[in-house]
Ligand binder design. Structure first.
Ligand code: ZN
Length: 287
């Protein structure tokens, strides 16, 4: 349970954590706050998690991960729509795109970083129901998934969050996620594939804490309740509170947090992104 703190107590905890970090890389107060929230404002816990994160980043050379910007023209790892510092585009086979990236993405049902919610946070949409879970598990290694996922995270935090912060006029360091389960069947509940997801959620909780604004799982089949019970056990209680599992009657809930023009029409909004092949969220599952 996250203990409620006064603004004064929060400021004090941030200052205390900051002073303990002398000699470590300098980071923004908002970044420290993410670790403090993740550790229920326990300064020693947050300090340990931060030091572990610095070590993990150094060991895996995370700061060296290349991310796409308008200036360097590097390819994106998934489609993007609606940001000011980088043009809308799809992921396509082209020079500079690793074969493993195309393989990972090609077995996914379709995903896109699509505009912002009412808080100014970027929205990541994934067509979970069209994932080729068995092929992902068969054709990709945990290491490839790890690199792809970290590459996406770094792009999100180094490029898109900065863009959104500028647009919102405040620090944006969280994303809203929509998982669309349309098309989902038992083939998605493939244990080796679920284990790969677990690898990813472990990385995120340890090294990218408190980066979720809200998560909506829409068109969730009844069977999902089953899997949800497993997945819940891997997540922090603070994370579980941000998650809404919704059936087919989800549109009004999404529109409470996302304006219609920023929400794809297939999710109840009015956006169609006709200017790019595949529309709002190009999908491998739909022609
Ligand atoms: Zn769109």
């Amino acid at each position: 349970m996250v203990v409620a703190r006064t603004e004064e107590e929060k400021k004090e905890a941030i200052a205390q954590l900051s002073s303990q970090l002398k000699g470590y890389p300098q980071v923004a107060d908002e970044y420290l706050e993410q670790f403090l929230i993740a550790r229920s404002w326990n300064v020693d816990g947050a300090f340990k998690q931060l030091v572990d994160t610095f070590a993990w980043r150094k060991e895996n050379e995370i700061d060296m991960y290349p991310v796409a910007t308008k200036e360097n023209g590097l390819p994106v790892l998934y489609p993007i729509r609606g940001y000011s510092s980088i043009p809308d585009q799809n992921l396509t086979a082209q020079a500079g795109v690793a074969e493993s990236v195309l393989r990972v993405y090609g077995n996914m049902g379709g995903s896109c970083l699509h505009k912002v919610d009412n808080d100014g946070c970027p929205i990541y949409i994934e067509r979970l129901g069209y994932h080729q879970a068995k092929l992902i598990a068969k054709n990709t290694t945990a290491e490839e998934i790890f690199h792809y996922h970290v590459g996406c995270n770094e792009f999100l935090h180094r490029v898109i969050m900065k863009d959104c912060s500028k647009m919102a006029g405040k620090t944006i360091n969280r994303e809203t996620v929509i998982f669309d389960c349309t098309g989902m069947g038992w083939s998605q509940f493939h244990m080796p594939a679920i284990n790969l997801i677990r690898t990813i959620s472990d990385v995120d909780q340890k090294y990218y804490p408190e980066t979720l604004n809200r998560l909506f799982l829409v068109n969730a089949p009844g069977a999902f309740v089953y899997v949800w019970k497993i997945v819940k056990g891997w997540l922090d209680p603070g994370t579980i509170d941000k998650i809404q599992i919704l059936g087919s009657d989800y549109q009004s809930q999404l529109l409470e947090y996302i304006s219609a023009e920023n929400l794809p029409s297939f999710l109840g909004g009015s956006c169609t992104c006709d200017h790019l092949p595949g529309g709002c969220v190009p999908s491998q599952g739909i022609s």
